[in-house]
Design a protein around this ligand. Sequence first.
Ligand code: HH2
Length: 262
Amino acid sequence: MGIVNVTPDSFSDGGVHLSVPDAVAAARAMVSAGAGIVDIGGESTRPGADPVALEEELGRVLPVVAELEGLSVSVDTSRAEVARQAVALGASMVNDVTALRREPELAEVVAESGTDLCLMHMQGEPRTMQASPHYEDVVSEVAAFLEERLRFAVDEGIAEERICLDPGIGFGKTADQNLELLRRLDRIAAIGRPVLVGVSRKSTLARIVEGPDARVGSDAASVVAAVAAFDRGATLFRVHDVPAHVEALAVAAAIERGTVTR
Ligand code: HH2
């Protein structure tokens, strides 16, 4: 899953794809490089980010989705109206970092349109989530949350086979809690749905390599983290540098199979 943030303030690519032609070109390049889907977002969820107005989010996302007809598009939104209009323009997946909690009516849009859905764990909300994350056992609490949100989504009429789960790396978690989630990702995979991981360029990676004040992880560090997640059961990877991830994950999958042939 290639990331296209149509925002001025995303943590690693803020402002890079703000014009429609730039965002569309980036999305097309990611698909050419092997991305199975591109994730279009119009509201940053980085720590400290404020929500944007509905009209602003619609105005950022829809013109880009409209230009990507024929490609597999995911819309990174927690708003029913944004999802409704993006799906009408051809988006086939909804990626909701609030797991249907910000606007439970988003469930109806997904159920009726039959799109795929990603349910992600977050403790708190973006503005304040990194202030003091707290867990007794981060892995079992994230797993229990995802199991509960999966049940909610299915009860709302969303087909279970269309749902993937995401531990939400960096969303109300310390660096050590993020690493613990990646280390024990098999517990999340054991829920029985495909696991999506978004660790690309996140600050936990930067902290390991550069120290406590570093904010943006490198692409090399991102690739290694994705492969480690693959080894523990992740099958979907939300990434900025698509070519490097496609190459690395192809090799990781071939090693897993023990043969070049797919
Ligand atoms: N991370 C971000 C945004 N959306 N969606 C899923 N499913 N999983 C993630 O880990 C995830 C996500 C944050 O990263 P990014 O989009 O690069 O930055 P921003 O939120 O600042 O736009």
